[in-house]
Design a protein around this ligand. Structure first.
Ligand code: ZN
Ligand code: ZN
Length: 275
């Protein structure tokens, strides 16, 4: 198994385990590259009090504090994690909502890899918390990909994470027809390619009763057909049990989509690893 470039540790409010525990499991499984990418929701970069808000289990504040703790612990472990190569990073949510603060994280010299994610539309709850019976779903999905396009156009990420997150919690996710959104998705993919960034194959959906990979094979092939070269693999593990869960399947999917190489980022520079 080559890589898992998207993992969360106890620094993320919705995840557990220390970086050392992750490293031990990764080495036991023979993983070669792992990135620690704890949550920095950029629209909640400061503690809740700054926003006159109250911390809840549902929304994470203090992205800056999460980032500092995560980076420090990851750097300590990176010095003693061989044979694993441990990369320092973050998953920044909602980059278009605060590009200046996102750039602070991206340009932090300690970071290797930054994932860019849209978990929420401006002023709306996380897609996880939406009541889909009350939503105009095609309009919601269009708004999602428009926001992803705004993210893709920034310079604050290396990997566009879980391209189809906006579909993840739809009542029947696998049956949703993305055809009407393909032109917009193509714009996203072309923007990623033009900027020399990557997309990921995110395997968190493999842990669901109706498993799926994000994005779907058709979109990974489309990315490649449009000229996409940089592809990463991740389980988006929030628990050490899932540190290598489904990676074999994700590697197979990458090959099926026509990729013979995966990409690792060190200090934001991509390099290829043979698949
Ligand atoms: Zn995410
Ligand atoms: Zn994540």
């Amino acid at each position: 198994m080559i890589m898992n470039l998207h993992t969360h540790t106890h620094h993320s409010p919705d995840a557990g385990n220390t970086v050392a525990e992750r490293v031990e499991a990764a080495n036991q499984a023979g993983l070669r590259y792992m990135a620690v990418t704890d949550h920095v929701e950029i629209n909640r970069y400061y503690p809740a009090a700054y926003y006159h808000a109250v911390e809840t289990d549902e929304y994470f504040y203090d992205g800056r504090g999460v980032f500092e703790g995560s980076v420090q612990e990851t750097l300590e472990e990176a010095a003693r994690c061989a044979p694993l190569v441990l990369l320092t990073g973050a998953e920044i949510g909602q980059i278009p909502q605060d590009i200046e603060k996102s750039a602070l994280i991206y340009n932090d010299p300690r970071t290797d890899i930054i994932l860019g994610s849209v978990h929420e539309l401006p002023g709306r709850p996380d897609f996880y918390f939406l009541d889909y019976t009350k939503e105009d779903i095609p309009a919601l999905v269009t708004a999602y990909f428009e926001e992803v396009l705004r993210l893709a156009q920034t310079d604050c990420y290396d990997v566009l994470a879980h391209l189809t997150y906006g579909l993840r919690y739809l009542p029947n996710r696998r049956a949703y027809d993305i055809t009407p959104h393909l032109d917009l998705i193509d714009e996203v993919l072309k923007t990623v390619i033009r900027k020399g960034k990557a997309i990921e194959l995110n395997g968190s959906g493999l842990r669901k009763p109706q498993p799926y990979i994000d994005p779907d094979l058709i979109l990974v092939k489309r990315y490649r057909d449009l000229g996409g070269k940089y592809l990463t693999i991740s389980t988006d593990a929030h628990d050490t049990r899932f540190v290598t869960f489904g990676i074999d399947l994700l590697e197979d999917m990458a090959r099926t989509a026509g990729f013979s190489k995966l990409t690792v980022f060190q200090k934001h520079e991509p390099f290829f690893v043979t698949l």
